[in-house]
Design a protein around this ligand. Structure first.
Ligand SMILES: Cc1ncc(COP(=O)(O)O)c(C=O)c1O
Length: 388
């Protein structure tokens, strides 16, 4: 049987999991009104920084009593700032089922050297047993594990009357799937993720309980300036009013505003969810009818609809050692890149070999639909090279 090349290509071949694709019709010329070459403390700049905060809060529907600030160091900076400033008051449970969750375990074990720590880890494709998490303690978790393509199904496993704080790395979930904000005392994300913004800037949302912790607890370890969201048990309120800890890029700020305006123009948060779900459903339907591929997540309700991750299941591939598997994956994704059909859809390098196709709201689902026959084609092309 000949392996016929598909005819239609995605209009936009960018399916990376971060930085993710810019919004449809994005253009550098939309950023011309950026306030550049001025102090970020100038009134004009502060207004723009505040606009990012206020529009984000409104689009997301964050509770009125949560504060939201712009942080250095992207999602990593926001998440680590919360760990450094909030932890140490009680025991900690930390959950990990993807590579970033594992980074937060490393922070807790090796950097903060927390003595009273429970680590709940799971294999690639699985969630840890959520019933084992102890909410009398502080809990750190990732809503959507980007490098494994596995998300929590909802927030029902988190009690409303918890004693500890919940710290949620929401970077590849927020703006893409429902999040029970009241179950998260800390939420962090980066501009480069779901909204396809520019790198290096993060967002940090805090509940009143998290603020109370900042104002009643002084960590025993040193806190670098980039993480310092409170001083002498007083929250640094300026951070949550656009007065950033250090200098932000006003070009990136303008870009963030541009995309928030786009989100408003297409109908807001629910439209973003719908766009992402549509992309996911195209992939799910294709996987259903395709014999050589499976989602990494073993349950549909925990399958990520953003970092959509799937693996080759045929014996000729699974019987190879992992280095040979990586070589096969590289050949397939290179073919797709050469054809200008898909960029950056190889799975995360530290995870088992897999495909990972971004399906957040900046992606057109018609592009996902156009991509799938090409993945089939590239797979068969490479399989033939192995006489299979
Ligand atoms: C779940 C998760 N956490 C943290 C990060 C780190 O994000 P950043 O590089 O924006 O700090 C990523 C990036 O992909 C991620 O997916």
């Amino acid at each position: 049987m000949t392996n016929e090349k598909p005819i239609y290509k995605p209009k936009n071949p960018n399916f990376s999991s971060g930085p993710t694709s810019k919004r449809p019709n994005w253009s550098l010329s939309n950023l011309e009104q950026a306030v550049l070459g001025r102090s970020h403390r100038a009134e004009e700049c502060n207004i723009r920084l505040k606009e990012v905060i206020e529009r984000s809060k409104k689009i997301l529907g964050l509770p009125k009593d949560y504060v939201l600030g712009i942080m250095p160091g992207s999602d990593t900076g926001a998440l680590e700032a919360s760990m450094w400033c909030l932890l140490g008051a009680r025991g900690v449970d930390v959950l990990a089922w993807d590579n970033f969750g594992k980074d937060w375990v490393i922070d807790a074990v090796e950097q903060l050297k927390l003595k009273d720590l429970n680590v709940h880890q799971a294999e690639f494709g699985e969630l840890p047993d959520l019933t084992k998490v102890d909410f009398t303690r502080d809990v750190i978790f990732t809503w959507n594990g980007t490098t494994a393509g596995v998300k929590v199904p909802d927030g029902n496993w988190i009690p409303s009357d918890r004693e500890g704080l919940t710290i949620c790395d929401a970077t590849s979930a927020i703006f893409a799937m429902p999040i029970n904000y009241d179950k998260c005392d800390v939420l962090t994300w980066s501009w480069q993720k779901v909204l396809g913004g520019e790198a290096a800037h993060g967002m940090l949302a805090l509940s009143p309980r998290a603020i109370k912790r900042l104002e009643s607890h002084q960590p025993s370890w040193p806190i670098p300036k980039a993480f310092r969201i409170a001083e002498n048990k007083k929250i640094s309120t300026g951070i949550f009013e656009g007065k950033t800890i250090n200098t932000p890029s006003m070009l990136c700020v303008e870009d963030a505003i541009d995309t928030l305006l786009w989100v408003e123009s297409i109908g807001g948060l629910n439209t973003l969810f719908e766009r992402s779900n549509e992309s996911f459903e195209y992939i799910a339907a294709w996987i259903e009818k395709t014999t050589w591929v499976e989602f990494v997540s073993h349950k549909k309700e925990t399958c990520s609809n953003t970092g959509i991750t799937f693996q080759i299941t045929e014996d000729w591939f699974t019987n190879m050692d992992v280095n040979q598997q990586r070589e096969v994956m590289k050949k397939i994704v290179s073919l797709l890149a050469i054809e200008n059909v898909a960029n950056d859809i190889n799975g995360y390098p530290k995870e088992p070999p897999s495909f990972r196709v971004w399906g957040g709201g900046t992606i057109e689902s018609s592009d996902i639909r156009a991509l799938l026959p090409w993945i089939e084609w590239a797979y068969q092309e490479v399989k033939i090279q192995y006489n299979k």
